[in-house]
Design a protein around this ligand. Sequence first.
Ligand code: NCD
Length: 318
Amino acid sequence: MSRRSEGTNEFGRHLLSVADLDRQQATLVLDTAAQIEAALAGREVKKLPTLRGRTVVNLFFEDSTRTRISFELAAKRLSADVINFSAKGSSVSKGESLKDTALTLEAMGADAVVVRHSMSGAPHRLAQWVRGSVINAGDGTHEHPTQALLDAYTMRSRLGRLEGLRVTIVGDVLHSRVARSNVLLLSTLGADVTLVAPPTLLPVGVETWPVEVGFDLDASLPKADVVMMLRVQRERMAASYFPSPREYSRRYGLDATRMAMLADDAIVMHPGPMNRGMEIAAEVADSVRSTIVEQVRNGLSVRMAVLYLLLGGSEVSS
Ligand code: NCD
């Protein structure tokens, strides 16, 4: 990431993967988000002039509710002009390629392109074609950097630290870009990650990841500071990965009985959208331990921080 207006090389130009961030850079994003949150708290007009005159394009080829709206609002709260582009109803449905779409947006003067695509690696390709900053808002089963950053921000603000924090990530790791980005970022930030999943929903090569792997949810719950439940991504499942939703939920779902096994101050996270009753019971999702709504709220400050750092706006406090 770069604050180009200051001409430093502290960051690259894009945010394509959390692997682009070392510990200092990731911490700077979290600290900047906290600063932005503090600067806006109690203000009647929740807006900073930081990115006035800049244009941010939201380029979404895959469905999204919270991520798209969050980026849109983040850019608007920094006073940028925002264009929302979704593949449906655009020339993409006439067969226009990612490259031609990107060049068109560039010609219109986009300073940043926020892209979500079903193909892993699409944001990396895009970054080779456009001059502006590219932000990965989720590519296939690969990565979702801002989700991991907002999750880390939420853990830090709830539990006061990330170093040594024991985070258990549960469920459909195989299809989850959220899990991949979280594993990478959390290990950069010094947390200890355990993955718990049915063997069929673990990716090939998981033994090379900086994590512990377990298959028994009940055994890992009492040791966790954070339990992150993943959505079962049925739209990405061509085959059947478990016997039935009921069986999945019995072994890997978080219900009230299981939640009672957690330490007193442990929190429950979920990136959304949830399959209530499958990976997470409604009473857990709505409990005081759940940070699900907070994650969405924090996403806004974190995305403002990312846009601010990449596009190098004026001071946060201005
Ligand atoms: C996630 C995504 O799209 O990767 N959702 C999100 O961005 N909040 C997770 C999911 O779809 O399960």
